[in-house]
Design a binder for this molecule. Structure first.
Ligand code: UD1
Length: 417
């Protein structure tokens, strides 16, 4: 739990190392349940979501060892989670469902409730597991899946990232072949599929809307370095677009960030792909329109950081959020800094203003928290971001250190401050 004190900052200059992708690491950690052998994951990011999932896997009986620069998971013997609270702590723990079912023949988790940004049901995960032959039953607020899995054709009603990952993992050990249609195409899915193939899985088509999986009898251990975090990289690119300056985002991959980079270019920010990562130059000067979409459309996770950019960019910028139903909570907080934002259902209209002024604001969710820190970089005086729930630590590793190292005036204060 932390608070952040942010002051109006000079143009950011220098290099920011981009960490390993949280959204790639979490499913990969769950994928480690698919083999009895050691799975070594290199450079795991120091995020509370990663440590929460590591604790859940340990509580299920897996050996989870932290080694220098790596986490090693051994699932030679494990069971279903015994304490439902362990699962409830984090939404992404729904990703243990597929591997538990595939390995143990039975999986039980508490049904995840809604979260701040929306209802987030898991009907597509369950529909797919049912198509793979699992019996699905509900009782006492939980869902139990059981049965031996056999290959099937699964059509997802929407290309859910989590459902695609869960079904992909379950199908690797099903008998026969599986086809997931209308699958999500996010880079984290491509990375998960490549990781599973390195364990002996037979998967093709990841990154397209049809994924084919040929079930195998067992998977073996592996060592894997997951991709760089495109959301962290995108957030830092937004920081540069707010203050101006020149940043090298070391390790960022432009091919994972095309939609953001096009939008920043439209806004007048210069981008250059270099062998070491992405160079971002200059401040946003023109307004833009954002419609969040599934990959390769504009990522919902970067909607809040881009709204922080829009607050001071001259002209009228428009945001349409199509993925989550309640993902504009940062708008009210940004307004406290003097931003001009009107929200109507899933649309937010931002009139850029030359002056923002520091104020006390609250991080309502992970990406909202990052957006408030970014807005604080261009608000006169001090902005105090209250992150009592520890949202920012879930997805950004030492954000204050990374921004400070390039000239951002950001301090992390002890929780009691
Ligand atoms: C993942 C990411 C999250 C990102 C999101 C969308 C991880 C750990 N999290 O979340 O950062 O914001 O993708 O890019 O990778 N839905 C259903 N039924 C389902 C599943 C999803 O209706 O069974 C709906 C959700 O309520 C939501 C939308 O589909 O409105 C997208 O959800 P999904 O793609 O599953 O996102 P997550 O995997 O939860």
């Amino acid at each position: 739990m932390a608070h952040y004190a942010v002051r109006e900052s000079p143009p950011l200059r220098g290099e920011i190392p981009i960490g390993t992708s949280k959204n790639a690491v979490l499913p990969i950690m769950c994928g480690a349940l698919l083999t009895r052998e050691d799975v070594r994951i290199e450079n795991p990011p120091e995020l509370t979501d990663v440590s929460t999932l590591a604790s859940l896997l340990a509580a299920c009986g897996c050996r989870v060892a932290r080694e220098k620069g790596a986490i090693v998971i051994t699932a030679s013997a494990f069971r279903n989670p015994q304490d439902e609270e362990d699962v409830r702590k984090m939404r992404a723990s729904v990703l243990v469902l597929g591997p538990l079912l595939a390995r143990l023949g039975e999986a039980r988790i508490p049904l995840p409730g809604g979260c701040a940004i929306g209802q987030r049901p898991i009907d597509q995960h369950l529909k797919g597991m049912s198509a793979l032959g699992a019996k699905v039953s509900f009782d006492h607020g939980g869902v139990t899946l059981s049965g031996r899995l056999r290959g099937a054709v699964i059509y997802l009603d929407m290309p859910s990232v989590g459902a695609t990952e869960n079904l992909l993992m379950a199908a690797t050990l099903a008998s026969g072949s599986t086809r997931i249609e209308n699958a999500a195409k996010e880079p984290e899915i491509v990375d998960l599929a490549a990781f599973l193939c390195s364990m002996g899985a037979r998967i093709s088509g990841a990154g397209t809307s049809t994924i084919l999986i040929e079930g195998v009898q067992k998977l073996h251990g592996t060592s894997w370095t997951p991709i760089a975090d495109r959301v962290e990289a995108g957030t830092m690119a937004c920081a540069c677009a707010i203050t101006g300056g020149e940043l090298l985002l070391r390790g960022a991959r432009s091919e994972h960030l095309r939609s953001l980079l096009f939008k920043l270019s439209e806004a007048g920010v210069h981008i250059q792909d270099t062998p070491g990562g992405l160079m971002v130059f200059g401040r946003a000067k023109h307004p833009f329109e954002i419609r969040t979409m599934v990959y390769p459309g504009f990522p919902t996770d970067l909607q809040a950081p881009m709204m922080a950019v829009a607050c001071k960019t001259p002209g009228t910028s428009v945001f349409l959020e199509t993925i989550f139903e309640n993902r504009f909570m940062h708008a009210a907080e940004l307004t406290r800094l003097g931003a001009h934002i009107r929200v109507e259902n899933r649309v937010a209209v931002v009139e850029g203003t030359p002056y923002l002024t520091g104020a006390a604001v609250r991080a309502t969710d992970l990406r909202a928290g990052a957006a408030l820190i970014l807005a604080g970089l261009c608000a006169e005086g001090e902005t105090l971001v209250d992150d009592e729930c520890g949202h920012i630590d879930r997805g950004y590793c030492h954000i204050e250190e990374k921004l400070s190292a390039v000239g951002g005036l950001v301090r992390r204060l002890p929780a009691s401050a």
